[in-house]
Design a protein around this ligand. Structure first.
Ligand code: UDX
Length: 425
């Protein structure tokens, strides 16, 4: 079993640390945030993510994991150090590698022996080479092992990945990293560092394109009164296409797809390559939100001032508390810009700082006195709401279901306008 240091305890770092501990490795997690380290050492998880709490308890009980603010202590005797620090986007679309640089400097200062450095953070193309140029004194073996963890199912994705990608310039290093995953029964691809960088970006880009494609077809289905749910199913049954990521909705959001797709377009442009399909997918993702706002105008008129709009769901998808690049927040901003008063409810987001948005204490509470309800996130609790009660509480009975989760037969009759994005199933 290996001794592994994990630098950066965000949702990727904590999941990686706990996932490796479950495989029996001995883990030390390091972060610069005292409050994060303290809460993890107290057995608390500072983020909202299913399964992590139980996993932490079990690994702590077996003495397999600890957390520290001391980088030297974290690296002492480590066979591997995994870098899981954020790579946010700079203005202009390229990645900000400040956290990666800072973490690597700390590692370079504190390493005692031939620890293998494994980068997990999403790295723009060419980062491997830039690191080699910048950290010439760092002679340790280095690999890139991109994460494909979805928020909400991150630990399950770690335990049962579709594939494990390990990029390194020499095969011995890649093989050594593969060894720590050996009890996971998933395909492992050993490849070059640059190839692993492109695999990560191209995977996210492909999924974003796939969703934008189905959203475009959903627009057509809505216009021609064709049932998009059946169309999605019919397309997805073709094994070459596959049935995943074909759910139409209010557009893709979150901490990865929007950032990574823009970064890839920018990086490609810097080497003279235009990624037209991805650019179209990004534009299409904005158009979906335009369509939601257009539906609001169709229901309430061109001037939304004095109109009260209830929004169900703030997170970019269900099972997370993340509102980064959330279509809901984007649509709310556009509605406010058109003069509407917005009152929102989300089962997990209990405070947020969008100026002028009130947060209701319940889904029904948000609807009271409103002129329009827009369902933006597919939280299962919304499906359980009583359609009659919701409609009764509203001043005007207009509803837009952007996730297509409300049962048409029980909801439609209570509303003057029951609009389903992509058309009624
Ligand atoms: C994504 C990738 O899936 C993961 O591999 C990567 O490491 C990080 O980025 P995540 O951002 O957690 O994960 O969310 P994901 O479940 O992929 O959904 C992304 C967005 O696409 C969400 O806004 C979601 O609502 C939307 N989506 C997804 C659809 O609109 N339709 C679908 O069929 C699937």
């Amino acid at each position: 079993m290996a001794r592994i240091a994990v630098f950066g305890l965000g949702y990727v770092g904590i999941t990686t640390a706990l996932g490796f501990a479950e495989l029996g490795h001995s883990i030390v997690g390091f972060d610069v945030s005292a409050s994060k380290v303290e809460s993890l050492n107290l057995g608390l998880i500072p983020i909202y993510e299913e399964g992590l709490l139980d996993s932490l308890k079990s690994s702590t009980d077996q003495n397999l994991i600890e957390f520290t603010l001391d980088p030297k202590a974290a690296l002492k005797g480590a066979d591997f150090v995994f870098l899981c620090v954020p790579t946010p986007m700079k203005v202009g679309g390229s990645a900000d590698l400040t956290y990666v640089d800072t973490a690597l400097s700390l590692i370079a200062e504190n390493l005692e022996h031939q620890t293998v450095i494994v980068l997990k953070s999403t790295l723009p193309l060419g980062t491997g080479n830039s690191i080699k140029d910048m950290f010439t004194n760092l002679r340790n073996p280095m690999a890139y092992n991109p994460e494909f963890l979805r928020e909400g199912t991150a630990l399950a994705d770690f335990r049962n990945p579709d594939r494990i990608i390990i990029g390194a310039d020499d095969t011995n290093t890649a093989a050594a990293v593969a060894e720590i995953y050996k009890t996971i029964d998933s395909p492992v691809l050993l490849t070059g560092f640059g190839e692993a960088e492109l695999i990560k970006y191209a995977s996210n880009a492909f999924l974003a394109v796939k969703i934008s494609f189905i959203n475009e077809i959903a627009h057509l289905a809505e216009a021609t009164k064709v049932n998009i749910s059946h169309v999605s199913k019919g397309i997805g049954l073709d094994k070459r296409i596959g049935d995943k990521f074909l759910n139409p909705g209010p557009g893709w959001g979150g901490s990865c797809f929007p950032k990574d797709s823009r970064e890839l377009v920018t990086t490609a442009a810097n080497v003279g390559v235009r990624l037209g399909i991805l650019e179209a997918a990004i534009a299409g993702n904005e158009e979906v939100k335009d369509r939601i706002v257009a539906h609001a105008h169709n229901a309430l008129g061109s001037n939304l001032s004095g109109k009260r709009i209830a929004v169900w769901g703030l997170t970019f998808k269900a099972k997370t508390d993340d509102i980064r690049d959330s279509p809901s927040v984007d649509v709310i901003r556009r509605l406010q810009a058109a003069g509407a008063n917005v009152i929102a409810f989300d089962p997990v987001v209990k405070s947020m700082s969008i100026q002028g948005v009130d947060l209701a204490e319940s889904a029904l509470g948000a609807c009271r006195g409103s002129d329009l309800l827009i369902l933006m996130t597919e939280w299962p609790e919304f499906v359980e709401e009583n359609a009659n009660e919701v409609a009764q509480s509203m001043r005007n009975r207009n509803l837009i279901d952007t996730r297509r989760i409300l049962d048409h037969s029980s909801w439609e009759r209570h509303f003057k306008n029951f609009i389903v994005l992509g058309g009624v199933s």
